[in-house]
Design a protein around this ligand. Structure first.
Ligand SMILES: [Zn+2]
Ligand SMILES: [Zn+2]
Length: 404
């Protein structure tokens, strides 16, 4: 017997399928209401794309990529995240040169060769949104509102953590000050942090080591050293969130390791799934388009891991939908096939081609979660009628086939 690969799951059971499709429908409906359009990019891309966007020093690129040479000797990689491909497509279509505003949402599988553990898959699914062409902090606030709307619609509670990463104007000075601070306690920090000090000093702030964290409580905070445009934006962002009743906490240790991230960074966390608590993350990445050889274009986005959210979704109680069609007599099967075809123009219809007794049809209709169980037996066939039971309201009636 051949099994699926480690860390790669089927979405197969009734419950998983219902949760997955309910998530996609809810998230895409909301993104469409916000004026975003669907984009689908390939799963395979040139490895260089992720090396330049996600960064060679990151764990994702350093350790976790599904990277190989294809039959044409191209160095390719299965996408570990969604933003790089969307930015590549944006530049390839010359939309950076066209200017204007471009807003996209995507969803699909991502691949990371991680050690399989609870809540971590090697093939997992993300839903994400990217907005190009708007430098205004109002767009950052809109992103946060969209995540909040999606989580609320799914019945998922959250805490929102917020930080500002500054920009090219204020970040470099801060970084120098931070390096000085790290040097002052270099003997006490962990191995990883000592390495980060030289490669990526900002990343020491989200070190998972408790002793490091106790030391960094005294580190200078970028949020207190923002230049005035960055500070104004952050103040505006907080005010919009206040005005719209979206609660947040400032987390000065919420950082990103890459230079193209700037200003707003946010993370939505859940307290209901243990230590793997981030359920959505995003922020502004004004320099990524430029990093990938495009014309400088302000951009902001977010991504959410669908598998983690699936276990938290509160499914609506009334989920019966559509029709179930069955025949009690072999002679009626052709008729229910025709009626099913007609009904499918507007409704979801499940059909059983085998003649069965009523009890078995009712059971089968219940199993597929149909709202109406419709059955034709000998009597109905003679009278040109169909027997219909509403499984939601437990009522039944006999309807003329002409008006069904
Ligand atoms: Zn550390
Ligand atoms: Zn600044």
């Amino acid at each position: 017997m051949i099994n699926s690969l480690r860390g790669m799951n089927d979405i197969l059971s009734d419950d998983e399928y219902a949760r997955y499709t309910y998530f996609i429908k809810t998230a895409t409906d909301i993104a469409s209401k916000y004026g975003f359009h669907f984009i689908e990019t390939p799963i395979l891309e040139e490895t260089a794309l992720f090396k330049r966007s996600v960064g060679e020093s990151s764990d994702i690129v350093g350790k976790e990529m599904y990277q190989f040479r294809d039959k044409g000797e191209n160095d390719v990689c299965m996408r570990p995240e969604g933003t790089a491909g969307v930015v590549r497509a944006f530049i390839q279509k010359k939309l950076d040169k066209a200017g204007g505003v471009h807003r996209y949402f995507y969803h699909g599988p991502m691949f990371r060769y991680e050690r399989p553990q609870k809540g971590r898959l090697r093939q997992f699914h993300q839903f994400g949104v990217e907005s190009f062409g708007i430098a205004s902090v109002y767009e950052d606030a809109t992103m946060i509102m969209m995540v909040s709307d999606i989580l609320k619609a799914l019945g998922i509670g959250y805490r929102l953590q917020l930080n500002s990463l500054g920009d090219q104007n204020c970040m470099p000075t801060y970084r120098d000050n931070l390096v000085k601070f790290i040097e002052s306690c270099e003997d006490e920090i962990c191995e990883d942090c000592r390495r980060r000090k030289d490669t990526n000093p900002i990343r020491v702030l989200d070190c998972k080591n408790a002793h490091c964290q106790s030391l960094y409580a005294n580190a200078p905070k970028l949020i207190n050293n923002l230049c005035s445009p960055c500070n104004d934006d952050f103040t505006t962002l907080k005010k919009i969130l206040d005005d719209n009743d979206i609660a947040y906490e400032i987390d000065t240790h919420l950082v990103r390791g890459l230079d193209y991230y700037s200003k707003t960074a946010f993370e939505f966390v859940s307290d209901n799934i243990g230590s793997q608590s981030a359920i959505a993350g995003g922020g502004r990445y004004d320099r990524l388009v430029e990093f990938l050889d495009g014309r400088p274009t302000p951009a902001v986005g977010f991504a959410m891991g669908i598998e983690r959210l699936m276990e938290l979704i509160v499914m609506p109680e009334n989920s019966r939908e559509g029709y179930y069609m069955g025949a009690m007599d072999e002679e009626a099967v052709a008729l229910i096939v025709s009626l099913t075809h007609k009904k499918r123009a507007t409704d979801r219809v499940t059909i059983d081609y085998k003649a069965k007794n009523l009890k078995n049809h009712l059971k089968a209709a219940d199993k597929v979660n149909a709202q109406f169980c419709c059955v034709i037996g000998t009597n109905e066939l003679e009278n040109g009628t169909i027997w219909v039971k509403d499984l939601q309201n437990r009522s039944e009636e006999i309807i003329d086939i002409e008006t069904f």
